[in-house]
Design a protein. Sequence first.
Lengths: 236, 318
Amino acid sequence: MQSAVNLWPLLGVAVVVAGFLLRANPVLVAVAACGVTGVAAAMPVMVLLESLGTAFVKTRNLPLILLLPLAAIGLLERFGLRDQAQSVIAKVRSATAGRLLIVYLFARESTAALGLTSLGGHPTMVRPLVAPMAEAAAEAQHGTLPERVRYRIRAMSAATDNIGLFFGEDIFVAFGAIVLMHTILQAEGVEVDPLHIALWGIPTAITAFVIHAWNLRRLDAEIRRDVAAARAKDAA
Amino acid sequence: MTLTIDHFYILVGLLLASVAILNLLDRSNPRRFTTALFWGLYAVLYLAGERIDPAAIGALMIGMALLAGFGGVRAGVAATSSAAERRTSVARLGNRLFIPALILPLVTVIGATLLKDVQLGGLPMLDPAHLTLVSMGCGAVAALAAACWLTRSTPLQGVREARRLVDAMGWAVVLPHILAVLGLLFSEAGVGKAVAHLTTTYIGLDSAFVAVAVYCIGMALFTIVMGNGFAAFPVMAGGVGIPVLIGVYGANPAVMAAIGMFSAYCGTLMTPMAANFNIVPAALLELPDKNAVIRAQIPSALPILVANIFLLYFLMNL
């Protein structure tokens, strides 16, 4: 079969899929996929190494958002930031893990929609404040939590930050994704107002809020059930 | 003088070098030499990356991946405060502990909005090309200063605490970075073109609803593979969105673009390839299951994707 498009580089994708399915170390999977993709695209070894190196230098900005806040956050944790966050939320009687995360989802999504995407984030908000608060709210309600429930609440805290960010930022007109879409469409000869792209994102943004908030409400019921199940098991 | 991202590369390079040295000296770390080598190599990338031959950097990246992949990156016994010590300091500091934590996002937002156009001696004060990251760097430094002042600690103690957090995350710190490299290599090798070719050749797009579904699900699937919606958008918009949805079914381009990108984001929520959103938080929150965040997101991502298909179908011809 002759085709103008070279399909061999798809082997790299196959390596990624196989690697994740086999639960191999993701860093190894990524590098193996780099090697396979390069060979499949008939790149000489030196050219491949050079394009890997150039890309590795070019994308150095990516880890900054994670690494820069660590010293301040770590120091505050040492002096009890997470403990204080927990004791503050434990005093709010009506707080549950789900309700707290719904409030955070709303705050995260609406501030991201105004372009204030850096008000949240995993190292700066979720680890030091949101996750400990959600855990403390559940603890104030149910007493000591089984490990499994604790991990589940933390994972939901991270998920809530992501969902709020993703579906909020894209209705901010100056956001990179809007600029990117506008540029690509323009290059293809399609004229569109960036403001309209932002506005037409609103129905999905609202849907995403409703769906995830619904799942967060179910989280409270799930916690109640799992804590009761763990208690029953201990008593037996 | 302009404060650029290069200044913060040096700062991060110094932090990583400290992580390497602290690990090298830590006898409680079972793999202290390979761990130190790993973080040391990463420090070299930040301190001197642009001055080294690209092929050597490529080799450095592969070396780091092999160290990480074969268990060479471990953590020492984390030495931080005890619960009793923290109770004492909480009693003393109380809600003031929140001040430095809030300074960080506040300075970032101020830098990225109010100080955007401020000039010093004819040059912009903050690097306009990386405004958010540079503002965040300023926020991080300001927060560290405030935290040191509040707790009467030295910045060195901050570095030690940063090392504790970096150690706890381990190789997950570099995963997003290496995946970004893979993404660039994918586009260089023409993976996007190959996928677009397959979808448009083998899937019939003869009804508007099928075309919309292929476009949205294709966005999500392509993002799951590439880990990045920005990589999926040009492929699916160019392969299905513009020729079929706009060309054949007369869709409003703004609706097609907006909902298409959101469909890609549904894919981002479901893939380990989007490591900085999905795998790094799992490491940061010390979850034993590295896919726990993805598992928490799937029950929201799938219904949102389905909703997107219907929204696009009903809104595109309004």
